[in-house]
Design a binder for this molecule. Sequence first.
Ligand SMILES: [Zn+2]
Ligand SMILES: [Zn+2]
Length: 243
Amino acid sequence: MTIELVNTDGRIWSSTHSGFVFHAFRRTEDGKPVALCRKNVRPRSFTTMYEEWSTAEFADGTHGGRCERCVAKLAEVAEVAEVAETSTPAGEDEPLPQAVQNAAPGDFVVLPDADTTGRVIVWRDREHAGVINDEGANMTRGRYAAWSPRAERRDGVVGFFATVDEAAAAIKALWPPRPARTTPTCRTRSHRPSWRVVVRRANYSAFNGGRRTPSPYSLLRCGDCGGAWRTKAAYVAETPDAT
Ligand SMILES: [Zn+2]
Ligand SMILES: [Zn+2]
């Protein structure tokens, strides 16, 4: 089967919604663009909507650069001119790194990039929070260049750092703090005198516009540990209201 690239004048590169690396794109049988390296990698919709495919030169001029696997695939395509459909990975979504999948919402994961040597990716909520490029030991300004879509500078540069850790910390600082974990139920018996009923046998759900709705459950708070929980247990009747 012939590989049909999305463009024939060399403008076949695009970044994706979650990453800064530029991939080369071909068309599937139904005309959808997919990356040469992985079938589940799709171009930014901006690219497809406005036919804004990029040249290799442009891609190389960005912090994301070009995907090394796509570059290799493209060389194969040029060499063979025909590449069997089976030479691309079996079409299954390539899973995100395990640590990224396992991360709790809002947690950061810092991992070397599987596509590019010398690059580290900072992940958050299964997306790229930033990229760190090792520009070499002779960079006096700091060899690790950090880039993030949240950088104040329009070109996305966060800064240049002496270590990966410092670069990662600078990227993390650009993102809002992790959503507060729900406060736990107080399980300390000796705190019981400090328990108060905040909302007795009702709730204020966002689903009904925040109005008070009767409920068998009450919201309690512990004055000692700050725990908060909803319960319909019998002890609610003897627990005083919060003042
Ligand atoms: Zn690629
Ligand atoms: Zn407590």
